[in-house]
Design a binder for this molecule. Structure first.
Ligand code: ADP
Ligand code: ASP
Ligand code: MG
Length: 415
């Protein structure tokens, strides 16, 4: 047996490593991950490894469900989607065992990741680490299925798209890991999506707040909720590539810079849709009725734009997650009918482009420069919203990539 000839050094701390779907997309990549994990074990680390479903499995499972119904039960959706991660943990355990190391795989339910009952977006209530600790003590590499948990009444739940990041951060916190490594298919966090702008630059260190803003505005490289948890418990995260040994990006509490950069990244989000309600009577309570209808049906609304009317009627536009579009249009139509508005229009061909930078707080003219860049490229702005450290514009989806590249260039991010 190989294991007899593997010399392990003195015990070191515990590392949590998470491998995303693209890092385990096929058998060869799973074997690569196994080699990397084993190399850390050889150095004396204890390891808890979180894995996502293979490649695009989760999307494929969603498509399968949609072939049966576009409104599947959320409980059954969780039953279905959680199977993806169960496949990858078992295969990775086998690949690690094949290299002569002890490994054991678990589902979220088996290790005791207890969540509330909000299926498809469940929140972690507590994690029982006894089972993991017991297996670590036995010298095993513990492999945990990401993205899933279980309710107190034994129903399987999932933690929202990209939820394996959350599993990793939450376990790193609970197990007091010395490192939480997120392995993905790019070398770290970049000034913009490197697949859209090859001139994007890798960022060595970034704060939780900057990463939160980037993730909320569309940089899917880290799940928003995982960063919220990391920030709350001060868990440093190392985002790096599973295809190289290069150091990636550290996401931490504070980055010491002489002066804050005005604009430090550009994001793109194509997962939103826009609903416009025309000719809403300009009277108190109209907006309240529409948005109450939506919130009662569990739809979260993002950007909202309404103008002061000069004709006693006004248009209201808002954005929602594209996945909620069908549900949202149904409830908006209901509210619109009640109030007596004009037409309700759904537009799925939009994208949100945002610029982010902590230094924006103390600079003016940033918005003007962003609008100028879009104008120079003949891109019409449909909606605008701002926060302390970001400015977002809704534009036509077909212009999204060129807008990102133009803004990246104009704000000097590739330099
Ligand atoms: P995983 O399968 O490892 O979870 P994801 O697809 O969730 O990977 O996230 C990685 C992807 O995020 C990258 O392939 C990249 O295209 C995209 N991405 C978007 N914005 C950024 C950014 N600012 N920096 C790095 N990657 C980004
Ligand atoms: N497989 C899940 C998803 O695609 C979770 C993850 O990858 O983090 O959303
Ligand atoms: Mg991900």
């Amino acid at each position: 047996m190989n294991s007899l000839i593997i010399k392990e050094t003195m015990p070191k701390g515990l590392i949590v490593q998470k491998f995303g779907g693209s890092s385990v997309a096929n058998i060869e990549r799973i074997q690569n991950v196994a080699k990397r994990v084993a190399s850390y074990k050889k150095q004396g680390y204890s390891l808890v490894v979180i894995v996502s479903a293979l490649g695009d499995t989760t999307d494929e499972l969603i498509e399968l469900a949609n072939k049966i119904t576009t409104t599947p039960s959320e409980r059954e959706m969780d039953m279905l989607l959680s199977t993806g991660e169960q496949i990858s943990v078992a295969l990775l355990a086998m690949a690690i065992q094949k290299l002569g190391f002890k490994a054991i795989s678990f589902t979220g339910a088996q290790v005791g990741i207890i969540t509330d009952t909000s299926h498809t977006r469940a929140r972690i209530i507590k994690i029982n680490t006894d089972k993991i600790n017991e297996e670590l003590k036995n010298g095993k590499i513990v492999i945990v299925a990401g993205f899933q948990g279980v309710t107190l009444t034994h129903d399987i739940t999932t933690l929202g798209r990209g939820g394996s990041d959350l599993t990793a951060v939450a376990l790193a916190k609970e197990l007091a890991a010395v490192e939480c490594e997120i392995y993905t298919d790019v070398e770290g966090i970049y000034t913009t999506d490197p697949r859209i702008e090859p001139k994007a630059k890798k960022i060595n260190e970034i704060t939780y707040d900057e990463m939160l803003e980037m993730a909320s505005l569309g940089a899917q490289v880290m799940q928003v909720r995982s960063i919220e948890v990391a920030k709350k418990f001060n868990v440093p995260i190392h985002v790096r590539s599973s295809f190289s040994k290069n150091p990636g990006t550290m996401i931490i509490k504070e980055v010491k810079r002489m002066e804050e950069v005005v604009v430090s990244s550009v994001t793109i989000n194509k997962n939103e849709a826009k609903i416009t309600i025309c000719d809403v009577p300009d009277q108190p309570g109209a907006a309240a009725k529409i948005f109450k209808e939506l919130s009662d049906s569990g739809i979260s609304v993002d950007m909202i734009v309404q103008n002061v009317s000069h004709t006693r009627k006004t248009d209201i536009s808002f954005t929602i997650a594209k996945t909620d579009a069908h549900k949202a249009i149904k409830f908006t139509n209901k509210a619109a009918k009640n109030i007596g508005t004009g037409e309700v229009i759904l537009d799925k061909d939009i994208a949100r482009i945002s610029i982010i930078g902590v230094g924006m707080k103390s600079h003016f003219g940033v918005a003007a420069k962003m609008f100028e860049v879009l104008a120079e490229n003949k891109i019409n702005i449909e909606m605008i919203s701002t926060s302390d450290i970001s400015i977002s514009c809704i534009i036509k989806k077909k212009f999204a990539e060129s807008a990102v590249r133009a803004l990246h260039e104009k704000f000097g991010l590739g330099k």
